[in-house]
Design a protein around this ligand. Structure first.
Ligand code: SF4
Length: 274
């Protein structure tokens, strides 16, 4: 949902508050025509399932060249050559021949590479990657993460990676924002958050990661369930599940405040620093 806000893709009935600052401009102030200039060109998105993100009845070549023709005004021949270069860049072998392939003729990892190629076609400043490795097995996941890391360096783009997988996040990110029930509850450098979580939800998430040296019969979990998105919550949304809750937690929304230098935390009773 947050990624869709950044791309201006929410339905007209949606109410968006606050600011989305990008290149010195608040994106929420833009008209639809102005947003169209930015969407897909300066900000692009990789959706989580490459099989549904790609059109099954169009070839890979048609789907990549469409971006180049529509967004960069390239001619057909130039767009085809550029599509070949992009497929090379995302390490797809026999790239020119692959342009004639349909999505179902490629493996899951290859399809995700195609989606990434279409995403970087316009050399965006920001790439939003929504669970880009969820549908892939572990070894292909590692290859895609490696690809995103090297593209980030080669092209100088910023990546917002949306993921439930802390392992993936810790491999690729500099900074992490942990969200619960639609709000950021903790934010800071990924190493700090990973090794010294301050928010009880972040701590619970990290404890629930399976460890190779784990010997107990039961894996740690966070008790309870996530509140419904339509439930109106006055205080901290995590309170019913929080082992550190206090009386004020259920009555007042904890503000996101700066703690420990570069870190932000929204909690009245954070985990003490060790
Ligand atoms: S504000 Fe209270 S309920 Fe919410 S996470 Fe912090 S201690 Fe727990």
């Amino acid at each position: 949902m947050t990624g869709r806000v950044l791309l201006g893709l929410l339905p007209k009935s949606a109410k968006v508050f606050g600011q989305v600052m990008f290149g010195g401009r608040n994106l929420l102030d833009l008209t639809e025509t102005q947003f169209n200039e930015i969407r897909g060109r300066e900000i692009a998105m990789i959706f989580q399932d490459p099989m549904t993100a790609l059109n099954p009845v169009l070839t890979i070549g048609m789907q990549i060249t469409e971006v180049l023709v529509r967004k960069l005004g390239m001619s057909g021949a130039a767009a085809e050559n550029e599509a070949v270069r992009l497929l090379d860049q995302v390490r797809i072998p026999s790239s020119r021949a692959r342009l004639r392939s349909f999505p179902h003729e490629l493996s899951g990892g290859m399809r995700q590479r195609v989606v990434i190629a279409a995403g970087i076609a316009t050399r965006p400043k920001l790439l939003i990657a929504d669970e880009p490795t969820t549908a892939l097995d572990v070894s292909v996941q590692a290859e895609i993460l490696q690809l995103l890391t090297s593209l980030r360096k080669e092209l100088g783009i910023a990546i917002i990676l949306i993921s439930h997988d802390f392992g993936v996040i810790s491999r690729i990110s500099d900074e992490v924002a942990v969200m619960y029930s639609g709000r950021i509850v903790e934010r800071g450098p990924v190493r700090d958050i990973y090794h010294r979580p301050r928010h009880p939800y972040t701590q619970g998430l990290l404890r629930a990661i399976p460890r190779i040296d784990f010997t107990d019969e039961w894996m740690p979990t966070i008790e309870g369930v996530v509140p419904s998105a339509i439930e109106l919550i006055r205080g901290c949304a995590f309170a019913p599940r929080c082992p550190r809750r206090r009386d004020e937690c259920e009555a007042t929304l904890p503000p996101l405040t700066l703690t420990d230098g570069r870190r932000l935390n929204a909690c009245f009773n954070p985990v003490p620093l060790q």
